[in-house]
Design a protein around this ligand. Structure first.
Ligand code: PMP
Length: 432
């Protein structure tokens, strides 16, 4: 049955479709950490709707919250409603204390890319400047502007006339240092390049409207930024009065083990972009939180029809209640340590270049042991083997050489244990 539905999809949908190409299943239903295909096969889901379903599929309390909201109002444009008000209150309460009163919130269109667009428009308006700085390997979305800020080239190459004025700088991808340096002696040279370019009035980059940064590059291959790198980017942007946008679309809402990843870096961004897991149930919603000082927007400066998804608001508020009640962040940290322990032995396999992660965002980078080249074909093989064993995984990163894990944030220890065994077996089978 899966094969028949995949074949119908192939005939009728765009060639740009993605996930089912490498995970050839048609899904009938799902619950918690499990997905059932139309043939009755059950899989552990370590993709979780691309990190969207923080409390797993169909969490009963979220279903209840949405069902209750359905009887009130479903779509409210940007009018205030009780559901929206509660959502805003809950979201602001998750920010570090010092930021709660300072940050404003704007509801963008329904996707992460739209919130990225809103963030850069806001910073361009507030500064009157037009250039933007982004990092190699970063991913910010598929709209034209978010794609232009994305430092992964395959998506962009076929699209002519990309957005002008975007400058890319090296990210602290230490195990594949773009400057060929070793982390213990590099003195964070990658950030020097950015610093010199910004300070060089003659040959450097123009003073930009914003710097946009992912603290853990997700699509780029689960690459956590070096702490000192981030600290210096923040200090530099503060000194030069450049707004710092932190893209927390993937790292946010608990994925990294704190509500937002920036909390672990002891920095305060000027703009936070959030989407994916904001509603916890996959009802689309995207926001930017930003320093009220940047609020130079005229009425209607960033509109959009779908900015009032009341179902997302109801589920999002309930998600935060559940996070508090069940200490979901504690589970993220514990299960993250469990994954680190269970996968540590993979480090002995010559094809495994690095096992790395934060919270419940993990990656296993595969590379040719002799040449050091990214082993993307092998990562796809591991993904296929894992699927046969009953585990849904994604791959990403440069040349797709990183096997990625995005489990539900309330995943149990036994599911993590089973999934890790499947991963180890699949890697040992493929990279023996
Ligand atoms: N930023 C980051 C860091 C992301 O991971 C993504 C989605 N993978 C986006 C932006 C774009 O979000 P969306 O697909 O909802 O437009």
């Amino acid at each position: 049955r899966s094969a028949a539905l995949l074949e119908r999809q192939h005939r009728r949908e765009s060639n740009a479709r993605t996930y089912p190409r490498h995970l050839p299943i048609a899904i009938a239903n799902a619950s918690g950490s499990f997905v059932r295909d139309v043939d009755g096969n059950v899989f552990i889901d370590f993709l979780m709707g691309a990190g969207v379903l923080s409390l797993g599929h169909n969490h009963p309390e979220l279903v209840q919250a949405v069902t209750k909201q359905l009887a009130q109002i479903t779509h409210g444009l940007d009018f205030p409603t009780p559901a929206k008000d509660a959502f805003i209150e809950a979201q602001l309460s998750m920010l570090p204390r010092g930021m709660r009163d300072r940050m404003k919130l704007h509801f963008c269109g329904p996707t992460g890319a739209n919130a990225v667009d809103a963030a850069i428009k806001l910073c361009k308006t507030a500064t009157g400047r037009g250039d933007l700085i982004s990092f190699q390997g970063g991913f910010h979305g598929s709209s034209h502007a978010a794609m232009a800020l994305t430092g992964l080239v395959e998506q962009k190459e076929p699209v002519a006339n990309g957005m002008p004025g975007v400058h890319f700088f090296p990210f602290s991808y230490c195990s594949r240092c773009p400057l060929g340096l070793a982390p213990d002696s590099c003195a964070i040279n990658c950030v020097d390049y950015l610093e010199r370019s910004l300070r060089d009035a003659n040959g450097g980059v123009p003073l930009p409207a914003a710097v946009i940064l992912e603290l853990v590059q997700g699509e780029g291959g689960v690459v956590p930024a070096n702490r000192e790198f981030v600290r210096r980017v923040r200090a530099l942007t503060r000194e030069l009065d450049i707004p710092l946008i932190v893209d927390e679309v993937q790292t946010g809402c608990g994925r990294a083990g704190t509500w937002f990843a920036f909390e672990q870096y002891d920095i305060e961004p000027d703009v936070i972009v959030a989407s994916k897991a904001l509603s916890g149930i996959g009802a689309p919603v995207a926001v930017i939180f930003y320093d009220a000082e940047l609020d130079t927007w005229a009425p209607g400066a960033h509109t959009g029809t779908f900015r009032g998804n009341q179902l997302a608001f109801a589920a999002g508020t309930e998600t935060i209640n559940i996070f508090r009640r069940d200490d979901v962040l504690g589970n993220v940290r514990e299960r993250g340590e469990q994954i680190a322990d269970r996968l540590a032995k993979l480090q002995l396999n010559p094809w495994v270049r690095e096992v790395r992660g934060v919270g419940l965002m993990w990656g296993i980078e595969l590379a040719d042991p002799l040449l050091g080249q990214p082993a993307g074909v092998l990562a796809r093989k591991v993904q296929a083997r894992a699927l046969r064993r009953g585990l849904i995984l994604e791959v990403g990163g440069r040349d797709d050489c990183v096997i990625r894990m995005l489990p539900a944030l309330n995943v149990s220890a036994s599911v993590v244990d089973t999934a890790c065994s499947m991963i180890v077996d699949a890697i040992e089978e493929c990279c023996g």
